[in-house]
Every structure is written in C-alpha cells, then in structure tokens.
Ligand binder design. Structure first.
Ligand code: GRF
Length: 203
C-alpha cells in the first residue's frame, strides 16, 4: 500500500514512518509528502529519503474547498491508497474528508476525546491532570472526533512545562503512528460506520 503524508511542520512523525519502512517494520511505501507550507522542514526530510515532496500555497486559491480539491488531486495522482495527517495544521473541507473516509488517519497529541484542537499540552497542564498522551484516529467531519484506532498514555511529571511534556509525548507518538499505519496498510484495522474493526472484531 502507498501512503500519502500531509504535514505542515518539522516532520518527525514522517521520519518515524520512513525509518520503519527502511528497516522493514512497516510494510508500505510513502507515495508523497504534501504540505501547505513551502518552507516546512518535513519537505526536506521527504527529499532526503527520495520521496516526492509537494507544497501548495493556500493563499493562491479562492477557497478552502478549492485548495483542498487541488491538494487531494495531487495526493490521488501520487497513487496513494491512504492518507496520514501528521502535524497538518489546516482544517479539511468536508468534501475531501468524505471522499477519503476510512482511508485517512490523523495523529493528535492528547488522549481523545480530551483536548481536541490546539495547545493540547498547555491545556492539560493548566487542568492539572496526571495522565496525557496521543491518539491516532480516522478522520471524519467531526474535528479530532473520528473513531480512535489506538492511543498511548504518557504521565505528566512534576515540573513539566508544555515543552517537556510535548517532548515526552512525541517520543511515544512515533511508534504509535507506525503501528497504526501498519494496521491500516495491512487491512487489520478499518473504519466501519463510526467505529473501528480490528482483526475482524468490532471495537
Ligand atoms: C505532533 O505532536 C502531532 O501529534 C501533531 O503535530 C505534531 C507534529 O510533529 N498533530 P512532527 O511535525 O511530526 O514532528
């Protein structure tokens, strides 16, 4: 299976996928890396690995929908079977979300359904919770609200600030994402209605 990765930033999650493919832990290939920011370091990581990298500027399009349709035309042209959003900082138009339903996942740095949206680490610290984490979920029109494939739990430690907590979570995001992408690529996990079917069992 071929995986397209959408990302806006530094791309450590993309790197985790590339590394896992290179050493045979992930049986898939990356069809291309797609970004809404031309200067994003993630594009450099793609090129270094010999993967096609594509950046498109939202300001050059009349609407969110026009941009997303063009972006996902490029995704489809890369031959992608699945899309992974890994730090992609744009809301997606419902047309592309529906078109890729069951074939698109997102990694989010919180234990969903807690802390949807942005600034998850700071909000978790502000609330004084002692367990935080990350989730991989299928993308549906419900923002950060689609069915969860898997999560990792990460403790909040005394003295944490948003930076130290984010770093502890990020380290665990990488194996989480690799495992989830392997599950969808091998077909052991898939979206059914609004739940997940794992190894033939409806969760
Ligand atoms: C990660 O924390 C991911 O969960 C969030 O954005 C960050 C992306 O990091 N959606 P990177 O660009 O993969 O390093």
């Amino acid at each position: 299976p071929r995986i397209a990765v959408l990302a806006s930033g530094r791309g450590t999650n993309l790197q985790a996928l590339l590394d896992a493919i290179a050493d045979g832990r992930l049986r898939a290939s990356i069809s291309g890396v797609f970004s809404d920011r031309s200067g994003a370091p993630v594009l450099e990581r793609a090129r270094d690995a010999g993967v096609p990298a594509c950046a498109m500027d939202p300001a050059r399009f009349d609407s969110r929908r026009a941009f997303d349709l063009a972006m996902f035309d490029a995704v489809a042209a890369s031959g992608a079977d699945f899309v992974v959003c890994a730090g992609y900082l744009r809301l997606l138009d419902e047309v592309v979300v529906e078109r890729w339903r069951g074939r698109m996942v997102n990694i989010h740095p919180s234990l969903l359904p807690a802390y949807k949206g942005l600034r998850t680490h700071q909000r978790a610290l502000d609330d004084g919770i002692d367990m935080h984490g990350a989730s991989v979920h299928f993308v549906t029109p419900d923002l950060d609200g689609g069915p969860v494939l898997a999560q990792v739990r990460v403790p909040v430690l005394p003295g944490d600030d948003a930076r130290t907590l984010a770093a502890r979570v990020l380290e665990r995001e990488h194996p989480l994402l690799v495992a989830c992408v392997d599950m969808i690529a091998q077909g052991t996990a898939r979206l059914v209605e609004d739940g997940v079917m794992l190894e033939g069992v409806r969760l």
